[in-house]
Design a protein. Structure first.
Lengths: 476, 187
């Protein structure tokens, strides 16, 4: 099944997919409920925690260069190596070089969105190195040659039958669509990979500058495996993921799992400060931290700076009525949902993803649930404005808005237009509504316009005033 | 609010902290065993590994005298990575235990092997009541105090057995990390 090229077509395909619709409904409802329970348990303290979270993230961004310097210094003090990558290509080059120099044949990967962003798997494969995703959902996504459809739950969109089918193909035998069987099979297969891989690759949930520590939040244990078993550990992070101190990390750690899955804390929170020390019986001999820009410093200096506060919890996806209808793949890139509608155009091109800032009714539900109170709707509007300024909107849309602005800005034209409109609409009016208009077919597909009335408000006011005067005169 | 400090008022009240810890651990499918002495702890541990052939024991479990008990019960101790990969259980201590979340804190350093609490399918941790702390922030301070400037290469918070809900949001316990977690607390 090929993936449609335009956002509208992808969204359309998603809406018409009954299995996806069922899954989205069940999954988003469940996560929304869990998140709500977790925060209800905290009460007012939860709101204060979110305020503090926002403060911490905003402050970090305001002094980002300073904290990144401290982080790098401390990582190196621990015996780790820091690499700075200005874009995806540079990051890929650094990682491939490390792997080649150390004769790496197999890379065990823990879940990393930023890894998807730089498309590291393709690059590794092209270099003759095999990457294996070890997060169960990501492993399945890899087998299916797809992208994950959600930040936290990569296979939101798959049924157990589909997973069983994938496994049957992969292992060359019939695998039952029974969830415990599927998990057990994945565990056994991936365990072999952990034990064989020369390099472990991970993302970073938070990088604590104070001690040069990276924190990884998981439930399955693959995060621990990838970062403790292979002899080289490479961690890739977006430069906005730094946190100044442990105390501040504790606040963000209190927010991330609760927002994402409703858990108070994930099963494993692994805090890594460099490679193993001399007397450690196990642990990686080398630790490399790749710090990626790829468009982030550009955001830092603009109106979308707040988008960098994101801690990747997925709460905005779960609550969004648009995401809930179309799922992650429709967004066309690594980051879906409301935050994706900001990041994708920013990192991967505003013209290429011009539809995403418009994939919103600006309802604000995302802002309501964001653990660090990011005002996503404000920035969606800012992107829409940027699109208009850059001439990235379709010609017809641009023309209609310009014409409308011109007419509305001139009182004579406006009156004329109202009169004209009242007559011109007659062929299109149905029972007091305009269900479809020429040149605006797509817009009116799901919207009805009210008809233009015979008299304007000013005219009616004049009439009513006249009648009122007459009545008062007659009463005298 | 400058700091996130739930249950701070219970610091030092080990019984209360243990109660809360137990509630949280059980809620995430872990098992809690409360015993009165090191002897009882060893006996309970042997119960939990009675059908094991090989068991991994890490440095932090040594003070509890588990190695001798295991050898007396004819259970082999893993002495290499290859053996640990085949071990039926891993036995460790812990740095501290966080009541708020039901979390066990393990660290590398001082000869501690990380893989003992990760590779085998069952993990048994022995802790003393005095190791219980109220919340994450306090636990992080305990880590700083113990290690000072020589921060350990690895600090891991363990909250229950490994799990996933990736397939159809259906919960499965026991994925890559241990599928069973037992915390034996000695009063």
């Amino acid at each position: 099944m090929s993936i449609p090229v335009t956002f509208v077509d992808r969204a359309d395909a998603a809406i018409k997919n009954p299995q996806l619709q069922r899954t989205l409904e069940a999954a988003t409802t469940k996560y929304v409920g869990h998140r709500a329970s977790a925060f209800a348990r905290l009460g007012a303290e939860g709101e204060r925690l979110r305020d503090r979270g926002k403060e911490i993230r905003a402050n970090t961004l305001a002094h980002l260069d300073q904290y990144l310097e401290t982080l790098a210094r401390n990582v190196e003090k621990n015996g780790g190596v820091v690499h700075w990558a200005k874009d995806a290509a540079e990051a890929r080059e650094i990682i491939i070089r490390l792997a080649r120099e150390r004769n790496v044949k197999l890379v065990a990967k823990a879940k990393s969105m930023v890894g998807e962003e730089i498309e590291i798997n393709h690059a590794l494969e092209a270099a003759g190195i095999t990457p294996v995703e070890t997060d169960l959902g990501e492993y399945i996504v890899q087998l299916a040659h797809e992208r994950p459809s959600h930040i936290i739950a990569p296979i939101f969109h798959k049924s157990k039958e589909q997973v069983a089918e994938l496994f049957s193909r992969e292992f060359g035998r019939q695998v039952e669509p029974d969830i415990p069987t599927l998990v057990k099979l994945a565990r056994a297969t991936l365990r072999e990979k952990f034990l064989q891989a020369e390099m472990g690759f991970s993302g970073v949930n938070f990088a604590i500058a104070e001690t040069g520590t990276i924190a990884i939040v998981t439930n399955e244990g693959n995060g621990r495996m990838c970062t403790s078993v292979p002899r080289i550990h490479v961690a890739l992070m977006g430069l906005e993921k730094v946190v100044p101190t442990w105390d501040e990390f504790a606040v963000l750690l209190g927010l991330l799992p609760r927002s994402g899955t409703g858990q108070q804390i994930s099963v494993y929170t692994t805090m890594i400060s460099g490679p193993k020390r001399t007397n450690d019986p196990d642990g990686p001999e080398e630790f490399h931290l790749v710090i990626l820009d790829n468009g982030r410093t550009k955001l830092l200096s603009g109106e979308l700076r707040e988008a960098l506060q994101c801690i990747r919890c997925g709460a905005c996806l779960n609550i969004c009525p648009v995401y809930g209808q179309i799922g992650g793949h429709a967004y066309g890139w690594v980051y879906p949902g409301p935050i994706g509608s900001l990041l994708t155009p920013s990192y991967a091109g505003l013209r290429e993803y011009a539809d995403l800032p418009h994939a919103s009714s600006l309802c604000g539900a995302c802002r309501d649930v964001c653990p660090v109170r990011i005002d996503i709707p404000r920035m969606l509007v800012a992107l829409r404005t940027q699109e208009v300024k850059q001439g990235a909107r379709p010609f017809i849309e641009d023309a209609i808005f310009k014409l409308t602005a011109f007419v509305l800005g001139n009182s004579v034209l406006y009156s004329l237009a109202s009169k004209f409109g009242h007559f011109a609409q007659l062929p299109f009016a149905r029972r007091g509504r305009l269900p479809s208009l020429p040149l605006m077919g797509r817009w009116t597909q799901a919207r009805d316009f009210p008809i233009v009335q015979a008299k304007t408000f000013h005219e009616r006011w004049k009439d009513l005033n006249r009648e009122g005067h007459k009545e008062r005169e007659e009463k005298k | 609010m400058r700091e996130w400090q739930p249950l701070a008022e219970l610091a030092g009240n080990y019984d209360a902290l243990a109660d809360i810890f137990e509630r949280e651990l059980v809620a995430v499918n872990g098992f809690m065993h409360r015993v009165e002495s090191d002897d009882e702890a060893r006996a309970r541990m042997l119960d939990l590994v009675h059908d094991a052939k090989i068991v991994g024991v890490s440095e932090s479990a040594r003070p509890f005298g588990v190695e001798a008990a295991l050898m007396n019960a004819n259970i082999a101790l893993a002495s290499s990575r290859a053996e640990l990969e085949k071990a039926d259980a891993g036995i460790s201590g812990g740095l501290c235990a966080i009541a708020e979340t039901g979390t066990l804190v393990v660290t590398s350093g001082f000869g501690e092997a990380r893989l003992v609490s990760l590779l085998p399918p069952k993990h048994i941790a022995l802790v003393r009541a005095q190791q219980f702390v109220p919340n994450v922030m306090t636990a992080l301070r305990v880590v700083r105090e113990k290690f000072g400037d020589n921060f350990p290469a690895n600090v891991t918070f363990i909250t229950g057995p490994s799990r996933t809900a990736d397939i159809e949001l259906s919960l499965s316990i026991g994925v890559h990390g241990p599928g069973e977690l037992h915390v034996i607390m000695i009063k």
